[in-house]
Design a protein around this ligand. Structure first.
Ligand SMILES: NC(=O)c1ccc[n+]([C@@H]2O[C@H](COP(=O)([O-])OP(=O)(O)OC[C@H]3O[C@@H](n4cnc5c(N)ncnc54)[C@H](O)[C@@H]3O)[C@@H](O)[C@H]2O)c1
Length: 302
């Protein structure tokens, strides 16, 4: 593979995917809006700096997306705004999350790419059904619409796709969105400051490097059809997450308040075994330990 475009390249998940791809020698083009964070620089650099080609632009612009994809032979599409931003401004949310995704598929078609790997979300499930997607948020509705469009691009233009529906992704660098609470609680525990996670109830927690591995495997797998997989990780209550952080940092001052997430807590993982290497999934204890270690090393180097 010559060069891989990652849209939303400055973000949290992009950094972890970039880290894996850079380690295997893949050249990367990271596309994001001007002023976006460059999380990959914190997690990938300096060892692989020469493999990162940063491009600025807006996923809402078909021209920007086409220009960013030029010379690339694969794309991982992550650009998007999360649940609170979609609720605050649904039209802007649709322009970025839905129309922006169509721009990616269109550019892939124009440039002869055979496959798009993209982030959907467990948010396609509402609170009532864990098998039947019935989103209860604008964010979930746009993600589900993208999955439908992906099927249409396969049927009409033979652009294959793999979409992943992660539940709550946690780990070093997860600092925005309502479900960032477990990761921010780890950071607060290391800093010795109180923190309140802004939701309660139970959810799937999937460690970020496991998600990155699934994207990496999908990128290099043969492409056929429009596939979508749930990535759930381990199901836990937020109280259990707090208990695990306290087991590892006994004086952590953490609590949770607020409503549960608007996603059925019993969504199950479906069919990712061919993509997510069996036996390499992180337990909650391992994922929290890795997150605490990362934040400790940042504190020590500050
Ligand atoms: N974090 C999770 O728990 C989670 C769960 C399920 C799905 N996802 C999906 O995974 C993807 C990555 O999420 P993340 O956690 O890394 O979020 P993130 O916010 O860290 O990264 C998203 C990136 O998209 C960029 N972006 C936003 N608007 C843009 C625009 N108009 N043009 C170009 N880039 C734009 C942002 O600047 C940001 O860098 C998203 O599509 C998200 O919906 C995340």
């Amino acid at each position: 593979m010559k060069q891989v475009l990652i849209t939303g390249g400055g973000g949290f998940l992009a950094a972890w995917i970039a880290r894996r791809l850079a380690a295997r020698g893949t050249r990367l083009r990271l596309f994001d809006v001007p002023g976006a964070p460059r999380t990959a620089s914190d997690i990938v650099l300096p060892r692989h700096a020469s493999q990162l080609d940063w491009r600025q632009g807006d996923i809402r612009s078909a021209d920007d997306v086409r220009a960013a994809m030029e010379g690339c032979d694969a794309v991982i599409h992550l650009a998007g705004v999360l649940t609170p931003a979609c609720s605050a401004n649904p039209v802007r949310g649709a322009e970025i999350n839905l129309i922006g995704s169509l721009h990616v598929f269109d550019a892939a078609r124009a440039q002869g790419l055979s496959k798009v790997v993209y982030a959907s979300s467990a948010g396609v499930y509402g609170p009532a059904h864990s098998r039947h997607p019935e989103p209860a948020t604008h964010y979930g509705a746009f993600k589900l619409a993208v999955e439908g469009a992906a099927r249409a691009y396969w049927n009409e233009h033979r652009i294959a796709s793999t979409g992943f529906r992660p539940f709550v992704i946690y780990g070093p660098g997860r600092e925005t969105g309502v479900s960032a609470g477990p990761s921010l609680a780890c950071r607060a525990a290391v800093r010795g400051i109180p923190y309140t996670i802004g939701f309660t109830g139970a959810c799937g927690l999937v460690y970020v490097d496991d998600v990155a591995e699934a994207f990496e495997n999908a990128l290099f797998a043969p492409a056929e059809g429009a596939k979508v997989f749930n990535l759930v990780g381990e199901l836990h209550t937020i109280d259990a997450v707090i208990a695990e952080i306290r087991r590892q940092v006994p004086d952590a001052d953490l609590r949770a308040e607020g409503p549960p997430l608007t996603i059925a807590a019993d969504v199950t993982e479906e069919g990712p075994d061919e993509l997510l290497a069996a036996g390499r999934r992180s337990t909650l204890a391992e994922g929290i330990a890795a997150t605490l270690t990362h934040y400790r090393s940042l504190e020590e180097s500050a």
